[in-house]
Write a protein that binds this ligand. Structure first.
Ligand code: ASP
Ligand code: MG
Length: 459
């Protein structure tokens, strides 16, 4: 069996849904298939905006909602026409009606919790999968809409819920046994033990596909998107970027964690556990081989595999003589940040124990600064720790690859190439896995830094 997941850009309009349907049909002739679809491109963002406007009492959400409804209905009519699949059309109308009522509720109470937001965004996947399944049936192909809220059991951390694999796998296996034809499953959404709708976090449909694959013991998970595979660097900045034919799970995880957009990092979790290969494919260019993500890659002699980057980060240095040989400072720093729910993306500590450098998303920067000031006010007052200064407008660049493990000289080459290009480095971190060397630069140096490293290793 194979699980095929198509992202929002692959199902962005009626024409693309036709293309996706033809790919599904041709695969279904060869093997058993389960399909996972995202919402149509832009719908999740549009739903979030509607919710935010409604919460503020800004009535413009009604116009935006009207546009969403119009897009869903016209896609249905374009694909299926007015006479077929009447049950699916009324189920679409019913969802649009509920969505309108829920947003009206948000507008009235002027409050939209993460829990309500999860319910609101879930309509994107539910509507799209309803339409796609109906379209497939209308062409004489056996397909059934499956709402993953009855399959994927999660905890109640709305906005990014944790999956209970054991129970989810059991439910998925049960369901797949009874589905007639090819299941067309909503990505991204699940429900908690009370049956309340949850989501797996933005771009979570990839993860859903991998959960379905893990449960069903699939031979492969295919992630269909709008690029030819995982690229060696962001092609918008690096003209010579190329599609990497094969990468390891660990490399894929590092690349996606550090900003490569092509696959959600959690997708690798069920795949690793069950040793299921993941294949990245391009819906607009199905004959391209794509990128295979596997446990053991075929050896190659490129010293690095790829370069990823995270935009809009900020850096705070915690330094001062009072830190030298004083145990517990690091734990207080991280404790305070954890309490303030700050996600630290990168850390480096100088071996002098004199400073710890912390990097997080710029939007969390101010909040991090406050948390540190609160926790260490005494040390700052007595000058054992210097005043915290935040530096914004930065970018993390990560150089990733299994071949770096045990190969001396890679870091030296990276930093001397950057030095020769006149790029100044604000912080450096290397994971002890040796699969990743990350550094922070000013965002104005980003493109130059990406090209410098790419040219140094990958041409
Ligand atoms: N529709 C959801 C999002 O935009 C999930 C996904 O596309 O994977 O985040
Ligand atoms: Mg995606």
């Amino acid at each position: 069996m194979k699980v095929m997941k198509f992202g929002g850009s692959s199902v962005g309009n009626a024409e693309k849904i036709r293309l996706v349907a033809s790919i599904i049909k041709s695969e279904a002739q060869k093997t058993a298939v389960a399909v996972v679809l995202s919402a149509m491109k832009g719908i999740t963002d549009a739903l979030i905006l509607c919710a935010e406007s409604a919460e503020k009492g800004d009535l413009s959400y009604k116009t935006a909602l009207g546009k969403i409804a119009e897009r869903q209905r016209s896609t249905f009519i374009d694909l299926i026409g007015p006479d077929k699949e009447k049950d699916a059309f009324s189920s679409l109308e019913q969802m649009l009606f509920e969505l309108q009522e829920i947003l009206l509720g948000v507008q009235m109470v002027k409050e939209c919790s993460l829990r309500s937001l999860d319910l609101i965004v879930s309509f994107g996947e539910r509507m799209n999968n309803t339409v796609a399944a109906a379209y497939l049936r209308s062409t004489g192909f056996d397909a059934e809409f499956v709402d993953s809220r009855s399959l994927v059991l999660t905890d109640s951390s709305y906005g990014g819920a944790k999956v209970d694999y054991k129970e989810s796998y059991r439910r998925i296996r049960e369901k797949l046994k009874e589905v007639k034809g090819v299941p067309i499953i909503t990505g991204f959404i699940g429900s908690d033990s009370q049956g309340v709708t949850t989501t797996l976090g933005r771009n979570g449909s990839d993860f859903t596909a991998s959960i379905i694959a893990g449960a069903s013991g699939s031979d492969v998970v295919e992630i269909w998107t709008d690029v030819d595979g995982v690229l060696s660097a962001d092609p918008r900045s690096v003209k010579r970027a190329f599609v990497i034919p094969e990468i390891s799970y660990q490399e894929a995880m590092e690349l996606s964690y550090f900003g490569a957009e092509v696959i959600h990092p959690y997708t690798m979790i069920p795949a690793i556990e069950k040793n299921i290969p993941i294949l990245i494919k391009n819906t607009l260019n199905p004959s391209a081989p794509g990128t295979r993500i596997v446990k053991d890659i075929t050896p190659h002699n490129r010293p690095i595999t790829g370069i990823a980057s995270i935009k809009n980060v900020a850096l705070i240095n915690v330094e001062g003589s009072g830190m030298l040989g004083t145990p517990g400072i690091a734990s207080r720093v991280f404790g305070a940040l954890a309490l303030a729910e700050i996600n630290v993306i990168m850390i480096s500590q100088a071996s002098s124990e004199h400073s710890i450098c912390l990097v997080f998303r710029e939007v969390q920067g101010r909040c991090a600064l406050e948390a540190l000031n609160r926790e260490l006010s005494e040390q700052v007052k007595t000058k054992r720790i210097e005043n915290f200064v935040i530096r914004e407008g930065l970018e993390i660049i990560s150089v990733i690859g299994e071949n770096m493990i045990g190969t001396p000289g890679i870091a030296g080459k990276i930093f001397s190439a950057l030095g020769e290009s006149g790029i100044s480095i604000l912080a450096i971190a290397q994971g002890s896995s040796e699969r990743n060397i990350s550094f922070v630069v000013d965002k104005t140096d980003r493109d130059k830094a990406l090209n410098t490293v790419h040219d140094a290793f990958l041409v």
